[in-house]
Design a protein around this ligand. Sequence first.
Ligand SMILES: CC(C)(COP(=O)(O)OP(=O)(O)OC[C@H]1O[C@@H](n2cnc3c(N)ncnc32)[C@H](O)[C@@H]1OP(=O)(O)O)[C@@H](O)C(=O)NCCC(=O)NCCS
Length: 203
Amino acid sequence: MPPSTDRLILAEMTLNDLPALQAMMQDPEVMTAYEGPYSDSEVLAWLTRQIDRYHDDGFGLWKVILRESGALIGQCGITWQDIDGHRVLEIGYLFNRAHWHQGYATEAARACRTWAFTELGASEVFSQIRDTNIASMNVAIRMGMTIRSRFVKHFRGIDMPHFAFAIDRATWEMLTDPLFIVRLREKDDSGTTNVDDIDWDAL
Ligand SMILES: CC(C)(COP(=O)(O)OP(=O)(O)OC[C@H]1O[C@@H](n2cnc3c(N)ncnc32)[C@H](O)[C@@H]1OP(=O)(O)O)[C@@H](O)C(=O)NCCC(=O)NCCS
């Protein structure tokens, strides 16, 4: 079963979700990094690909439902991707513009990261991000990811420079290890690290 969080429920999509997905994926601002809005047939092909992935892989990009309203506010999940000739697990995310800047993308992406390590036994998870997409890079950084490589992706007839962000299992375990947090706090007491802004529960 897909993960859920305090504010969000992730779930498999069906063809009934097509109108809500069109509203998101046909918004030019949301689709800037994808070189513009998807046509009706591109959204349908994208949705069909996710439904195939649920069947073939057991996971894919899921819809994100806001618990308080039941509304579909985005999509986030895990897919197999090819990065520089390597088959890797990737966390992807895209949210309705009305729901940006409230921490929902980071909350959903962190839940998917943890799910990939705990449910899939992943050794490493990636996010491939266009080099102009600062908001997406910030989500990757909040997941604990760092840049591993730069590569060019050919998409919709255009060469797009991308960064491969990733977090490996050891780093994820360290970030979520209570002893690591205690040690960091001790270091903070010695005045070498400022941990005041870290949201410990969200790691
Ligand atoms: C990528 C994308 C999902 C990021 O959205 P976002 O709103 O910037 O990210 P989050 O939902 O994690 O919100 C983080 C912001 O919410 C703020 N925030 C407010 N309440 C918060 C809370 N309770 N918890 C955490 N953060 C909170 C954070 O301070 C941060 O502020 P900022 O926007 O000033 O940096 C969004 O820009 C998008 O959908 N883009 C189009 C699709 C896309 O490019 N996808 C990625 C392809 S690689």
